[in-house]
Design a protein around this ligand. Sequence first.
Ligand SMILES: NC(=O)c1ccc[n+]([C@@H]2O[C@H](COP(=O)([O-])OP(=O)(O)OC[C@H]3O[C@@H](n4cnc5c(N)ncnc54)[C@H](OP(=O)(O)O)[C@@H]3O)[C@@H](O)[C@H]2O)c1
Length: 281
Amino acid sequence: MKNSPILIIGKNGKTGARVNQRLQTLGYATRPVSRSTSPSFNWDNPATWQSAIKGARSAYVTYQPDLAVPHAEAAIKEFVRVAGENGLKHIVLLSGRGEEGAQRAEQVLQNSGISWNIVRCSWFSQNFSESFMLEGILAGELVLPAADTVEPFVDADDIADVAVAALTEPGRRNRLYELTGPRALNFAQCIKEISEALGRPVKYTTVTVDEYINALREQGQPENLQWLLRELFTVVFDGRNSNVISGVEEALGRRPTDFKTYVQKTIESGVWADQMQKTSA
Ligand SMILES: NC(=O)c1ccc[n+]([C@@H]2O[C@H](COP(=O)([O-])OP(=O)(O)OC[C@H]3O[C@@H](n4cnc5c(N)ncnc54)[C@H](OP(=O)(O)O)[C@@H]3O)[C@@H](O)[C@H]2O)c1
């Protein structure tokens, strides 16, 4: 059974890459896929799904761009149908807290007849280093339409540990894990911690949502990204997700990773090094 691969959708993603690496270390065969792999897997092209799924026994599923987008529920509905027809027995779905679209997608999986786990997460700490906030940190100023709302940022390494436990331990099937980090911080506090640990100034500036979206439009960012960020900063980021919960502890029997630890290991990885440090390295 260890030889029949575990499908990982989102090969190079923030969590997919970590889940893949952990499973391989444990000796599991994996099939990590995305648009750039062979076989390829593209959420926007269902014709690619069957060949990616065939022969796999279980799957770690990350939906791009985000389960909050309006067509995500329909895509997950079709995905679980194709998965069931092609013999997939267990799906672990990465989901987001407080997102109505994401919760509808979760229900589709829960009602599919396939064994499931849902890993429902707060914002990832890695958004500061592997996603849309990286550029601002490198430029010395992060500009966002979020003032005082606090968020218990969760570490993608904790998410991957929970996902791997769900994928490899059958006794955990049909359970939802809701994960947050141990401390709720607003963006200004996060940037202060990052700036102090880096030893160089990084500024945090707030703007209105309209100003932020207009700037994205002027930079030529795709409309679906503009829609998603408006949705995240107006609807999802209204304080509904500010409470810390003990999901990591319940799933893994240990404390979740603190934001300080995340900052330290990210500095060690070199992704926040400024241009001069990178040239002299
Ligand atoms: N970020 C957060 O704070 C947060 C919080 C809670 C929940 N989530 C959920 O996390 C999920 C994303 O997971 P993640 O952050 O681990 O992944 P990710 O980092 O967003 O994944 C990026 C990878 O996805 C692939 N990709 C992009 N578009 C694709 C498409 N149309 N079809 C197939 N692959 C595609 C890309 O590889 P290729 O270029 O090779 O295709 C890219 O390397 C979302 O569903 C979101 O709802 C995120």
